[in-house]
Design a protein around this ligand. Sequence first.
Ligand code: MLT
Length: 230
Amino acid sequence: MRIDVAFAPELAAPAPTAIVIDVLRATSTIAQALNAGYAQIHCCVDVDDARTLRHELGRGVLAGERECVRVPGFDLGNSPREFLEPAAELAILSTTNGTRALVAAAERAERVYAAGLLNLNAVAQAARETGEDVSIVCAGVLGAFAMDDAYCAGRLAALFDGKLTDAAQAAVRIAESFETSEAGLLASQSARNLLAANLDDDIAWCARTDVLTVVPRLTRTTALAVEISL
Ligand code: MLT
């Protein structure tokens, strides 16, 4: 079993299983939302696609951010703390990097999971059980390396016994260099963006590790979205 880490979505090599990480905050929010009782999260690249899908479906909440702030006219932002109770059966989510990374991964992998620190071990266990090669895909920030995702990727890669690529070993070393998960997240541009938007509490929230057992997975791809559910 080969474990690779792509530090940005464009670097992802094809593999049967992709695990997408946008620990601050999209994949943490998806895990939290499914744990709270949302049945599906429809992930869209564009804000306009999300609006169109909401119109076509005639149900669901619109959620997402640009520059960390809730999109005007949307029901919810991208904070996991907004998803403690289900406000509808489904959510339609569009974020800057995370939902884009999920859509890209769905084009390359047979199985796609969404992971953060919140559900790290649960996703690792599901991927290990497949026995197939894994590509851990960091959403990054606008195509570039992001320390928070690299940290989380390293924590995840360390949970596999397989053959780690050089990139996966680098991620493990990055993770080992931080004393706490919060420190690993705080060292990132993503965290600085959240601090600038007065969303400090989301960093501590997303740093909590293995508090959820949900395994969000790709269940369907449509013209406007990829559907993530349990
Ligand atoms: C993203 O998709 O870029 C992030 O989830 C941004 C955010 O923290 O809202």
